[in-house]
Design a protein around this ligand. Structure first.
Ligand SMILES: CC(C)(COP(=O)(O)OP(=O)(O)OC[C@H]1O[C@@H](n2cnc3c(N)ncnc32)[C@H](O)[C@@H]1OP(=O)(O)O)[C@@H](O)C(=O)NCCC(=O)NCCS
Length: 336
């Protein structure tokens, strides 16, 4: 598979060559139904809608979406439920999960949907239209797990600002959604993964570890953390332009960079931003989205064995449609 998907056109082309199946854990949500009806009409991605047949069909009827061809799967009537219970107990045997409790857990769309991916009934999953991020991600962490060689699962947002010239501005920000207070090693891993993800969207990565200090201008524990994390990331990939710690203005403004750190190879031109913690990251990407006119795609989960992604509960149908395409296009995509 290509290293660079470079936007939706390439992703859709990839999916047309090799159509995938995606689970939607909230099958009767009107935004999911609208996106599913568009996907069904385009024929490159088959939606599996979790919910009862009546509930999903009634909602589709009520909101006027044609979901003919979608597979609706009711956890309470799933014919392979015994097999699923057995597999879930095996996966969670270290937590001593018993079949009776496993059967209860599997009535929840988030766990049931994740097990559909685990058992190979679907390639990918998109949830979170009504579930919180934690409730969407936790089953993936517990059951799908991190890929070999990864210490953590992390996430990034891809931010796209359309330009009048047609040359979109594309940035990556991480980790804005999963790891609450990553340590230096985790930050280094987050940076490497976010840079690889950025490449799939056409970014030529220049990675800045963000702080309130630029290369020693300020002092403190968090400054040291970001500085050391940048060094660790460089050790992981010496070929990648990585720098920090760095203030946001020095990272993005060539003029400020000339004053604060004129010889730095990243400063002034950074396009992959690593935040010290989830507070900074989550606030930061939303500022770019709400005040900087960037479209935000994500969180895209990095380092999981199968692509599972989370929606914002405030999402609209367009965002569900876009995230479904991104999620399915990540199947078989080696973020190496
Ligand atoms: C992701 C998150 C839900 C996990 O926390 P949690 O539910 O308390 O999970 P636990 O610490 O009990 O871990 C559950 C499992 O996931 C694993 N896990 C947790 N974080 C992980 C990570 N970053 N990478 C890989 N595995 C992880 C644990 O090892 C554990 O595995 P086990 O059950 O097999 O032992 C939590 O970090 C979180 O809430 N993050 C913020 C989410 C959020 O609100 N984002 C903002 C909105 S976008």
């Amino acid at each position: 598979m290509s290293r660079n998907m470079h936007g939706f056109g390439a992703m859709i082309k990839k999916l047309k060559q090799s159509p995938k199946k995606i689970v939607f854990t909230e099958g009767s949500d009107p935004r999911i139904l609208e996106a599913a009806s568009r996907l069904l009409a385009s024929n490159f991605l088959t939606p599996l809608l979790v919910g009862t047949q009546e509930e999903v069909e009634e909602a589709a009827e009520e909101y006027g979406y044609n979901i003919r061809g979608a597979q609706i799967i009711d956890p309470a009537k799933f014919e392979k439920i015994d097999e699923m219970v057995e597999m879930l107990c095996e996966l969670r045997k270290s937590k001593n999960l018993q079949p009776e409790r496993a059967r209860e857990i599997l009535l929840q769309g988030n766990y049931f949907g994740t097990m559909l991916v685990k058992m190979g009934y679907a390639d990918s999953l998109l949830g979170g239209a009504t579930y919180t991020t934690a409730d969407t991600i936790r089953p993936a962490l517990q059951l799908i797990k991190a890929k070999p060689g990864h210490n953590i699962v992390s996430s990034c947002f891809i931010l796209v600002r359309p330009s009048a010239t047609g040359e979109n501005e594309v940035l990556a920000m991480a980790d804005c959604a999963i790891n609450i207070k990553p340590n230096e090693d985790e930050l280094a891993e987050i940076a490497i993964e976010a840079a690889k993800c950025g490449q799939l969207f056409g970014i030529d990565p220049k990675v800045a570890f963000l702080s309130y200090s630029t290369l020693g201008s300020g002092a403190g524990e968090d400054v040291d953390k970001m500085h050391n994390a940048a060094l660790k990331a460089k050790a992981l990939n010496p070929n990648l332009p990585i720098s920090g710690e760095m203030q946001f203005d020095a990272a993005v403004s060539p003029r400020v960079a000339r004053t604060k750190c004129p010889d730095d190879p990243v400063a002034g031109h950074a396009n992959v931003f690593i935040f010290p913690d989830i507070n900074a990251g989550n606030i930061g990407y939303k500022i770019a989205q709400r005040m900087g006119n960037f479209e935000a795609y994500g969180p895209i989960l990095l380092g999981l064995n199968s692509p599972i992604n989370d929606l914002s509960r405030g999402c609209n149908a367009d965002e569900v449609y876009s995230m479904a395409i991104i999620t399915a296009a990540l199947v078989d995509e080696e973020l190496e």
